[in-house]
Design a protein around this ligand. Sequence first.
Ligand SMILES: CC(C)(COP(=O)(O)OP(=O)(O)OC[C@H]1O[C@@H](n2cnc3c(N)ncnc32)[C@H](O)[C@@H]1OP(=O)(O)O)[C@@H](O)C(=O)NCCC(=O)NCCS
Length: 198
Amino acid sequence: MSSPPKTVLSATPQEEAAIIAAVRRAEGHTVAGPEHVDGLLALLADPRVSDPIYDLPRPFTRESIAKWVADSEGLRQQGRCVLSVTLDTEGRVAGYSRFSVWPDRASGELAGARRADLQNSGSGRQGVAHSIAWMFQGLGLRLIGLTAAPDNVRSAKAIEGAGFKPMGEVESVKPDGTTRRSLYWELTREAWVLRHRL
Ligand SMILES: CC(C)(COP(=O)(O)OP(=O)(O)OC[C@H]1O[C@@H](n2cnc3c(N)ncnc32)[C@H](O)[C@@H]1OP(=O)(O)O)[C@@H](O)C(=O)NCCC(=O)NCCS
């Protein structure tokens, strides 16, 4: 139930096709598949991981997670989503990222979490920066909109540390149709490029 950025861009047909192709390639990412369902279930069952995130398939069961993985894969084939996992040295799911993409708007959104024992590592900002770089350079997006719960201090710090501009609040719609008030930020590729040239 992720929603596109407030600012509306319009992609050229060539740009849209290139974004769709890049999403389908998902280069450098481990795309979540049926083999990760149990690991994702264990990850998200921990409220320290899942509580702050509004667009997850609650309640968490093997079936709801399997459907989420399969639906996300269907969307990836359309160039609209990449659900990826990070694995620890033992091959267990240690985190996930879900990139939502609107190819016709050259825009995207990002949600994700890491396992509780890996949180507060001081590398949240680095993780956000890495994902943002991939969305602009790897996927060819021109705009990213992000949301976070108003009390999610770590996310807000990592988001603003990456150069995102606060743009008020939005009502985020959860999969069950209820809403949550979220803080909202945007970053354009132009601003991101300028920032990294400084
Ligand atoms: C969000 C998340 C990925 C961040 O990763 P992390 O390793 O925990 O984050 P960090 O330890 O790097 O902290 C991020 C920032 O918050 C700051 N911070 C951490 N705890 C804080 C606190 N209690 N008060 C104020 N600032 C705090 C850190 O100093 C850091 O800021 P800096 O980059 O300016 O130094 C991780 O906490 C997570 O998975 N949380 C659960 C799911 C979630 O909230 N997902 C995001 C939804 S939008």
